[in-house]
Design a protein around this ligand. Structure first.
Ligand code: SF4
Length: 349
């Protein structure tokens, strides 16, 4: 497809359109793509950006993923939060103003199981208008229990959609089951989850073919589970304890990351675009004005990190360590409004 047509064509997603927007040639038109992405984002989402914070409840994990500090071969000390400890962490976030919280854990099924998450969610739901999870895959019945307890959103990344690369990076443990992971969001949607977060780990495989696979996955979910909203995340590899950066043969630069983000915005005008603290302050400030709709702030990637446990093993180093107040001020300076709550849990009943 012609690149100009791909930018200004208003008909949403097609593989041909996304191919054109992701092409090397389209980099010459990045400014046009960004302007169009900004216009669509402001039309669909107004001048608002939602703030959220991750709460890491355990850094134990049974999987081997060599790209992650939590992998089970790492001999570093581990931490799990009891329900009471997790509530204390959440209280700190609530006092900072957050009303969206993301519970994150390694695959620690012995401790962070459905009962633990349901009990924690029941305690948190009075303080938070939306509770999301980013944990290992569960079955539909388990998701139904979590939904009933107040968890309404999920994020899970396929890491790589390339089966051969996936097998190479996940040689053992439950995560080695590619299809079980791929079908996770379908099971969560069937259980009633209203927000489905997708992504792949940027650095493991060729980003252009991965973005097409991601879009095909999102398109299928949107057609089949039209009640739920799809969101895209862009986890680009970060330095982490005991992780060899030589593994990431497919790292991309800032220009390519912007191209990927705005190409998806053009093809999926109603989807949320999420930006974590993996990216630098400068990058986050700029991309917030173009296509981001949800941004994390003041994140700690180690269990207990908001309280005293600053020395617990973190999943990766954050690149933007500004406080939530500083992020809200940055957004204001750019004529954007930080939204701490945009969803009422009464809607998901
Ligand atoms: S990426 Fe997830 S599953 Fe893999 S080692 Fe890290 S926490 Fe465990």
């Amino acid at each position: 497809m012609d690149i100009q047509k791909a930018i200004y064509n208003d008909t949403g997603y097609s593989k041909e359109r996304l191919d054109a927007l992701l092409s090397v040639d389209a980099q010459k038109n990045l400014e046009q793509m960004a302007q169009k992405a900004r216009q669509i984002t402001r039309q669909r989402f107004g001048n608002t950006i939602q703030l959220y914070a991750p709460l890491y409840v355990s850094n134990f994990c049974v999987n081997h993923c060599p790209y992650c500090a939590f992998n089970c071969k790492s001999k570093l000390p581990r931490t799990r939060l009891t329900i009471e400890e997790a509530c204390k962490e959440a209280d700190i976030l609530a006092a900072e103003g957050f009303r969206h919280i993301l519970l994150v854990s390694g695959e620690d099924k012995k401790f962070i199981n459905v009962e633990y998450l349901a009990e924690l969610a029941k305690k948190l739901r009075e303080k938070f208008s939306s509770i999301s999870i980013e944990i290992y895959p569960l079955d539909t019945e388990e998701y139904k229990k979590l939904f009933a307890a107040g968890i309404d959103s999920i994020a899970i990344y396929q890491e790589t959609y390339d089966r051969a690369d996936f097998a190479k990076f996940h040689t053992a443990g439950p995560k080695s089951d590619y299809d079980w992971r791929l079908e996770t969001l379908s099971r969560a949607a069937e259980a009633g989850f209203r927000s489905l977060g997708l992504g792949f780990l940027i650095g493991l495989s060729d980003w252009r073919t991965q973005t097409i696979a991601l879009a095909e996955h999102a398109n299928m979910l949107m057609k089949k589970y039209w009640q739920a909203r799809v969101s895209f995340s862009f986890p680009r590899m970060r330095p982490a304890e005991n992780v060899d950066e030589k593994l990431f043969r497919y790292m991309i630069n800032d220009t390519e990351l912007v191209q990927m983000m705005v190409a998806l915005r053009l093809c999926f005008p109603d989807s949320e675009i999420v930006m974590s603290t993996r990216e630098s302050a400068r990058f986050r400030d700029n991309i917030s004005q173009i296509c981001v709709t949800r941004i994390s702030a003041g994140s700690k990637t180690n269990p207990g990190g908001y309280g005293q446990e600053d020395d617990a093993l973190e999943q990766f180093e954050v690149a933007d360590d500004r406080t939530p107040v500083q992020i809200a001020a940055m957004l204001k300076e750019k004529n954007l409004e930080a939204v701490w709550k945009d969803w009422d849990k009464a809607f998901s009943k």
